[in-house]
Design a protein around this ligand. Structure first.
Ligand SMILES: [Zn+2]
Length: 153
């Protein structure tokens, strides 16, 4: 495990230059194009691919879906009056930008930062981190994602 959070200086204006420590590590075994029949359990473990609706890059898998505060899907309205429907995921291949803040956080005790698509830089949701135990998750805007139907082989 990487000792994140020990060095808070990385957020003092130089965060853009810091390495993307939160990148979702894709299992290279799932990249095999011609998986032998009956040997697809590694892929199934991930569940359906969840892609950026703008550039179709895989952002996460349904296997990473997580229930936060009792449910996976949440409806929120931000201070600007915009409504969002988000799904919570343990991991996602997103670029995290901004300074962590607790202001207007939708999840009690969690700071948030923006989560952007690594490929096209569209805003896909937010990265939330518990300020106490440092556990984290992503809240991704569902209408900015495409969840595959699982019929791709
Ligand atoms: Zn994208």
């Amino acid at each position: 495990m990487i000792g994140l959070g020990q060095n808070s200086n990385c957020f003092s204006g130089r965060w853009l230059a810091t390495p993307p420590l939160y990148f979702f590590k894709q299992d290279t075994a799932t990249k095999k194009k011609s998986a032998p029949e009956g040997k697809s359990s590694a892929v199934l473990d991930h569940g359906k691919a969840v892609r950026c609706a703008y550039c179709k890059t895989v952002i996460t898998y349904q296997g990473n879906a997580e229930s936060m505060a009792g449910k996976h899907v949440h409806h929120f309205t931000n201070p600007g009056g915009f409504e969002f429907t988000i799904g919570c995921y343990r991991k996602a291949w997103c670029r995290i930008v901004g300074v962590p803040t607790l202001e207007w956080s939708w999840f009690n005790g969690h700071s948030w930062q923006y989560a952007l698509c690594n490929q096209c830089q569209e805003h896909l949701g937010w990265f939330f981190q518990n300020t106490q135990d440092k556990t984290s998750f992503y809240g991704l805007i569902l209408d900015r994602l495409i969840i595959e139907d699982g019929s791709n082989t």
